[in-house]
Ligand binder design. Sequence first.
Ligand code: UDP
Length: 355
Amino acid sequence: MVHLVAKGTVLWLYMVWSWGNIKRVLKQGTVFIRQEGKTMSILVTGGAGYIGSHTAIELLEANEDVIIVDNLQNGHKGAVKGGKFYQCDLRDEAFPDSIFGENEIEEVIHFAADSLVGESVQDPLKYYNNNMVSTLRLLGKIKEYGVKRLVYSSTTATYGEPENIPILETDGTVPTNPYGETKLAVEKALKWVDVAYGIKYVFLRYFNAAGAHISGEIGEDHRPETHLIPIVLEAALGKRNSVEIYGDDYETPDGSCIRDYIHVTDLAVAHILALKSLREGSGSKIYNLGNGKGFSVKEVVRIAREVTGVNIKETIAPRRAGDPAVLVASSEKIRSELKWEPKYDDLAVIIDTAW
Ligand code: UDP
């Protein structure tokens, strides 16, 4: 009798455990499957920033254990929608013990960085300091605490003036500004870090992140704002008199720069797919992320007029230092290898979510 009760209890416990797992897998869909029997915390540096906060939301929705660190220089506490939050700078002395020591960090998604092309040309040391010194410090701790998987938020500014359009991951990298240069320097360091310590990485080289979370709860909020789409929308709201178009004498059909705009949630999902591939044992990889379509600055303003119904004014201003004429990605590699599919690939939809 005692034997039967014990057997029944074991069976019952097993069913409860299985149902928990099934529910979790159903919730995660096919995107993310965790390893069993382990609390795997993911450290998201810069997780209160624009792309970081959108990625953290996707991770939380996939039932992941998320630790966010952000110095709130560019990020916002209000954009942190869950997980454990630490306000600190990666260069702080207290950084390693308070975060790596208190948590079982198994993976890192590293966003924390300065990311303005124009500012980087004016103040390169700020970029070398924040983007490189911080990352080297983080890497030291990753090695010390035995973390083996890293997704690194890189940029197409690593390519400089492109050799081909659309740009392929195998194309040459000759950055035209300190922002791209510092991101490329970190990529190069990581290659050797992998060789020496077996820390596997995925570099995601992004194009122009744009749009806002579909819930409307978070979006793009840089202060001061320098990015085109929010500036165009500020003009539509009457917060600016007009949009300054930085140069209309580039070698493009309408003379203004062409960029590849990608919805921030599509970017966030790509980080999750990248982590999943590392968990499945794929080696270190580099992927471009764009939606493969280029839009000129003038086209962005025109489409924003259609979306908002406001006759947004534009004026022509001098070129911005460090800006290549055309940046458009080929995302074929990530589409075929990680099955990434952008959901919001229509610029009007992207602008509408931001609006
Ligand atoms: N741009 C512009 N006026 C602005 C802001 C940006 O003409 O007020 C242009 C900028 O020169 C670039 C494009 O818009 O060609 C996208 O710039 P953004 O700063 O949004 O992103 P970036 O390409 O620097 O990552």
